[in-house]
Design a protein around this ligand. Structure first.
Ligand SMILES: O=C(O)CCC(=O)C(=O)O
Length: 192
């Protein structure tokens, strides 16, 4: 719980920091239902490509990926039996109405995707209803409840499985965290 509390504080400081989180407008014109901050590299919601600065928003540089977060991700991957040297993280804040449509994480380098380097997802705060599907959009998806403190790792043949968040379950965060909503951090390794 102490580690979760520290992580919540760090996430808060990052999203309210000098390069604050924002609500991306994606290439179809839709507003995402999260506040997003990319660390290490910026994911551009208009081009679906990574870049050093936020050219789809305010031109500010993506803040560096903090070393303790990188170590957290690499350790979670190792625990799941996979190797990762995370170099970027997408930090999302979901309020009670937050969600994320079904998608694949496939904007990292071809070499990273071909090697099946895992995505490590770490959650703190309210529980999320997370959908985990197959490698084709039409494949059936299972629902997994991601609770505060959970890490979910998908790599190897699962690296390109579709996933998304259908709902946040309000007021399910541990009381000690004093948080309404949810932070999710997804770590990836852009290149080998
Ligand atoms: O919030 C989550 O659990 C999923 C986040 C996600 O899919 C992403 O950042 O690509």
């Amino acid at each position: 719980m102490e580690a979760q509390r520290t992580l919540v504080e760090q996430c808060r400081a990052l999203v309210e920091g000098p390069v604050p989180a924002y609500v991306p407008i994606v290439r179809g014109g839709g507003r995402m239902r999260v506040r997003m901050l990319c660390l290490g590299r910026h994911w551009n919601g208009k081009t679906y490509a990574y870049e050093p600065v936020r050219s789809d928003f305010d031109g500010l540089p993506a803040p560096p990926l903090p070393e303790n977060l990188r170590a957290l991700a690499n350790g979670a991957a190792r625990t799941a039996g996979m190797a990762l040297d995370a170099d970027l993280c997408i930090l999302n804040y979901y309020d009670a109405d937050g969600r994320m449509g079904l998608h694949q994480d496939k904007d990292e380098s071809e070499r990273s995707l071909e090697a099946g380097l895992p995505v490590v997802s770490v959650s703190v705060g309210d529980t999320a209803k997370f959908m985990f599907g197959g490698v084709r959009r039409r494949d059936p998806a299972e629902t997994v409840l991601l609770e505060s403190g959970d890490a979910f790792v998908f790599g190897g043949p699962a690296r390109l499985r579709y996933h998304g968040v259908t709902r946040i379950l309000p007021e399910t965060a541990p009381r000690e965290l004093q948080i309404a909503g949810r932070f999710n951090l997804t770590f990836r390794q852009y290149d080998l």
